[in-house]
Design a protein around this ligand. Structure first.
Ligand code: HEC
Ligand code: HEC
Length: 286
């Protein structure tokens, strides 16, 4: 009888312990999901940032903790490893995470290390893109992007802050955000871009889209549109090269120069012909 009670108590203690641990893990888990998961998986491959599985095996713990607490500061201080990592990630710098503390960074790193031991971490990544992207997706994405179709959760259209080239023309858009023609390849491809868009964590996008997130049904079309824009920049022929040239300011200047020299040549020859013709005319008149 006593034995049984003892065992029951032990069992209860284990349950309480597990319950406590789960609650704790979930708080940290939520932190990771809300602040890291749009750029990092644990065991699911690269997104905008590196896969964090076993990061402790490849890097010094103190370095990681410092990095999580201030990635920008470390870039500014030209920390050799941070700079190397940034170059590897196409110049994209991890944003400073609001309210990050040493304790939070430690808890996150502990979570990453625990999740790394699992065969399948719950942070392997979402399958936001589970089929090939079609031209019809890109067309739907373009309508959302330019605002012909309104974003479901009420965010302003992407075009109000961004420009983009490609897809047979350059749109004139807002200048608050960067040109997005190369965003997909810059952020690491379609899968990375999709995760990024689910909850953008950069300084200006975050406050806007936290309140009005891109609806899950809108992620795939927007990714398809941005992906197509980024692919159309690959010079495949004169027609696809034109919007790309118009897209950038550098391209615009180049185009102006090209037009200028072409026109100057043509004007000169036209003028020469006109002059010659009028001379002929004059000759006949005489
Ligand atoms: C907007 C994207 C983004 C977010 C959000 C983000 N990171 Fe990063 N992270 C990066 C990028 C990109 C790098 C590569 C270094 C660089 O270029 O800044 C990186 C690098 C790291 C590294 C170094 C990895 C290695 O392989 O050495 C760690 C650790 C890390 N991030 C942890 C976190 C944690 C923890 C969070 C959440 C609190 C987080 N990151 C949020 C983009 C992000
Ligand atoms: C209120 C203005 C605003 C709106 C609306 C907006 N963005 Fe942004 N976006 C920005 C700014 C500013 C940045 C630069 C990072 C930051 O500060 O947030 C940015 C950055 C980005 C980036 C990262 C680009 C890179 O190369 O790092 C992507 C991708 C992006 N936005 C996509 C979108 C999409 C898709 C929409 C529409 C669903 C959208 N944005 C709507 C302002 C906006």
């Amino acid at each position: 009888m006593r034995m049984r009670l003892g065992r029951r108590l032990a069992k209860a203690a284990v349950l309480v312990w597990i319950g406590g641990a789960t609650a704790y893990a979930d708080e940290v888990g939520d932190d990771f999901r809300q602040n890291c998961f749009s750029c990092h998986t644990i065991g699911g491959g690269r997104l905008t940032g590196p896969d964090l599985k076993d990061v402790l095996k490849r890097r010094d713990k103190e370095w990681i903790l410092r990095f999580i607490q201030g990635p920008r500061k470390m870039m500014d201080a030209a920390d050799a490893e941070a700079v190397k990592l940034r170059d590897e990630f196409r110049g994209v710098v991890m944003p400073d995470i609001a309210g990050m503390t040493a304790a939070r960074a430690e808890a996150l790193l502990r979570l990453i290390s625990e999740e790394s031991k699992l065969e399948k971490s719950r942070f392997r990544g979402l399958s936001l893109i589970d089929r090939p992207l079609l031209p019809s997706d890109a067309a739907a994405g373009r309508e959302l992007f330019i605002g012909v179709r309104r974003l479901r959760n009420g965010a302003p259209s992407c075009l109000s802050c961004h420009t983009i080239g490609g897809l047979g023309g350059a749109f004139g858009g807002g200048a608050l955000g960067p040109d997005l023609t190369q965003a997909s390849s810059r952020l690491g491809g379609a899968k990375a871009l999709a995760a990024w868009l689910v909850s953008p964590l950069t300084p200006i996008m975050k406050p806007v889209f936290q309140k009005h997130p891109v609806h899950e049904s809108e992620i795939l079309p927007l990714v398809a549109f941005l992906q197509a824009a980024s692919e159309s920049e690959r010079p495949t022929g004169p027609q696809s090269r034109l919007p790309f040239l118009i897209a950038g300011v550098g391209g615009g200047v180049f185009l102006l120069l090209a037009f200028d020299s072409a026109w100057r040549g043509r004007l000169r020859s036209v003028r020469r012909r006109m002059v010659a013709r009028s001379r002929l005319q004059e000759g006949r008149d005489e």
